[in-house]
Design a protein. Sequence first.
Length: 460
Amino acid sequence: METIYRDYVILGGGPTGYYAAIHGAKLGANITLIEDKEIGGVCLNKGCIPTKALLKSSGIIKEVKRAKEFGIDADIKKINLEIAVDRKNRVVKALNMGLSSLINSNKIELIKGRGILKSKNQILIESKEETKVIQFKKLIISTGASPIIPNIEGVTNEGVLTSDELLDLKTMPQEIVIIGAGVIGLEFAEMYSSFSKVTVIEVRDKLYLSDEEIDNELLKIMKRKGINFKFNSKVIRINKINDKLEVVFEENGKENSIKTDNVLLSCGRRPNISKDMIDIGLDIKNGALVVNKEFKTNIENIYAAGDVIGGKQLAHLSFAEGRCAIENALGIKSKLNYNAVPNCIYTEPEVATVGMTESEASSKGYEVKIGKYYFRNNGRALTLGNRDGFVKVVVDKNSNIVLGAQILGESASEMISELTLAITLKADVNILSTMIHPHPTLSEAIFEACGDACGMSVHK
């Protein structure tokens, strides 16, 4: 068996791995990237990008249904899910081609195959063509995470799908049941609510996404669209009855059932920890690899980053962790500020948050003041016809420093970066409340919310 020698090896070509590879190459390192599936990982191929492509199709359906409100007489003659899925696939393919080009132009060695750790400095590569061993100086593990399949009777029935599989569904279900009211579950509920009857079953008593006010308001909006929520409910089994599925669940102690075309399992994702990682002695806690602030494991020359180390499973956080991991592997001291990580949910309206919520800040001993501004008072929101939601900022009463922010509203994901920068720089809220924002824009709601925290909002 051939043995080759490499300096820096990255196991896993998802957001963490490919970002670390390209960043490391730009810093002058010779990088070897190992991936047995598609470059880009779940985010590019089965997650962030394809879901947003299909959410766009769903959003257009909703816009056409509202057309008369804007003086346009339009009807939907047909919804072709197959064409929407094909468009999604073209978007993914275009980005895949661009990423492959970046891998090549940065002279990164890409090895297609499954990597199996044999020791603290050796990895076995298995592919269709060959098997070989790489002796490495340093390794970054970025193997990501996979959907959790709950222990429910009938979970293997045809039509019971994970988010990975649902994205390729080309026949439109009249009804769909979603198990789990987390981020993935709510985004698919939003997507399918345009053309299907949607029921979301959640074991907890309410939404637990962000700030309680945001959660409650989002729930009201989603219910208004006809999405049915079953809280305090646990799925017992899924029966196959002819061409339908019957979801049997316990709701507040009573057994109930719903017939549906498809079931989406949206029960979270768990880090991809393999037996070989355990065998070579890597520390694992709560199902994730343990790392220090430099992303180093308990084995001196092995680092890990991204979903495999647990925590928030966000592609943009994975990019940042990959950057820090490769910098530390190269001897550049690098740490992350986890207080300034934005989190976005692509419902309609969107949710975007960063930093601490009001309750989190109070529990940590801060005396806080709150600024809030509703989009129903924002000129741009009214012209767009999307008046739902608000901006909320959490401020330290003593120092005036912005501690956190939450946005529920149109394009919230595009606006949160201003507040992320404020938290990163530990900015005084007065800076944002006096900074000139273009008019009319949605971002003026941030300006007004910050002004409200100072008692100086003009339009509230």
